[in-house]
Design a protein around this ligand. Structure first.
Ligand SMILES: *Cc1c(COP(=O)(O)O)cnc(C)c1O
Length: 397
């Protein structure tokens, strides 16, 4: 195999996720004519012939290891802050007579302390490539911090639209990174409307979840990285805190592409979309047999920021991943999230984000209910560092 040919990208077009209609990828595009997210498609046939998985795996350093499976051609210069590989940290949970072995995929190690860095690294890279200079993003918090950081690194102006009750530490982080921050009395959907209106009015580039095709490609690297860390055979089950669902959809896209390339075996993990009782639109839709989230979940009462998305734009895609993977949706209480949060810290020395703690709580519930067994390999996504949430008072700890 001529390894010098292993450069460049294999993108062929963008595709409407609803109808399959094709669009050229020669300029920045947003939703399809049907208002559905666009997916980046590749010439998998050529990739299969020309790319060598072990050669690529030997590059292993960061998300750009995967440049040939991303829209990053030789003419694209990455905007990077050092998106290193995130570790799988094993913990042993007591469960009856046996211990369940779970691995925490710790995304809190990424720039700005959350996995939003993966998506924004790609999205801002492509925005710069297509000549955008002013960005806007609606956020529950971490996407705003990541956009602020990558925008600063790319020399762009960034506008972040966040709910007024976003954790103070995140609002400060966004401002500290130089973004213009606007606070809205409402949830992320209202921030989304605000961002859309401003984007149209001022010609800003809108980085909202799934509103442009490239954040999803960045999140796809979670699936590629996981496959590589497992030596190309995937774990049994994946717990993922699901808000807008980019990571969930992105990982599944990664697995589908890897399978088409013949790099992984047929068997794919069961995907579990973890939400909380105070905001679980995906669970409601999936459990009622619907294809999409039809109505916004209300009232939203949960304290877990990452899942406070009452009506995700990618609802249809998330539900189809649940079906295809034979997975399920969970809704845990804030109380069991907080007790998993403190259990992980005290018993295992791991300072999880609330989103990661919700996944641990969901895993525990599934063990109790027999939906997962202790001999299955389970992955818990800790999507941000624990420092994104105020530490409890000393007396309360
Ligand atoms: C954004 C976010 C989520 C939800 O991610 P999606 O891929 O949009 O579903 C989960 N956890 C944290 C910490 C987040 O910032």
């Amino acid at each position: 195999m001529d390894q010098s040919s292993e450069a460049g990208t294999y993108v062929t077009h963008l595709e409407c996720s609803l109808t399959g209609q094709q669009y050229a990828h020669d300029r920045m595009r947003y939703l399809s004519d049907n208002g559905a997210p666009l997916l980046v498609r590749y010439d998998l046939e050529q990739m299969r012939k020309r790319l060598d998985r072990d050669f690529i795996a030997r590059r292993r350093g960061d998300i750009w290891t995967w440049c040939n499976l991303l829209p990053v051609g030789e003419d694209v210069t990455p905007v990077t802050l050092g998106e290193s590989i995130t570790p799988l940290v094993p913990i042993n949970l007591e469960h009856g007579q046996r211990a369940g072995a779970v691995l925490i995929k710790d995304e809190g190690r990424l720039p700005t302390g959350s996995f939003k860095a993966r998506g924004m690294a790609l999205a801002v890279t492509m925005a710069r490539h297509f000549g955008k200079t002013e960005l806007v993003v609606p956020t529950a918090g971490n996407a705003g911090a990541a956009a602020a950081a990558y925008g600063a690194a790319a020399g762009m102006t960034v506008h972040v639209i966040a709910p007024r009750d976003t954790p103070d530490i995140t609002l400060r982080e966004i401002a500290f990174l130089g973004a213009q921050s606007h606070q809205v009395d409402g949830l992320i959907d209202m921030c989304g409307e605000f961002a859309r209106a401003r984007a149209t009015q001022h010609g800003w580039h809108n980085l909202a979840t799934l509103a442009e095709p490239y954040r999803l490609e960045g999140k796809k690297t979670m699936g590629l990285e996981l496959a590589c860390q497992f030596n190309w055979s995937l774990p049994d089950i994946i717990y993922y805190p699901t808000g807008g669902g980019t990571g969930f959809i992105g990982m599944w896209k990664a697995f589908a592409e890897l399978r088409a390339l013949g790099w992984i075996e047929e068997k794919l993990p069961r995907m579990v979309a973890v939400q909380t009782l105070g905001c679980s639109p995906i669970k409601s839709a999936f459990d009622s047999g619907l294809d999409d989230v039809e109505e916004a979940f209300q009232p939203v009462t949960t304290i877990v920021p990452g899942v406070r998305v009452p009506k995700p734009l990618g609802g249809r895609l998330i539900v189809s991943v649940l079906r295809e993977s034979n997975g399920h949706a969970s809704a845990v209480s804030d109380e069991s999230t907080l007790s998993s949060h403190s259990e992980a810290a005290r018993k295992h020395g791991i300072h999880l984000s609330l989103e990661g703690a919700a996944c641990l709580a969901a895993y525990r519930e599934d063990l109790d209910a027999g939906r997962v067994s202790t001999d299955q390999i389970a992955i818990i996504f800790n999507t941000a560092t624990g420092y994104k949430w105020p530490l409890p008072n000393i007396e309360a700890s």
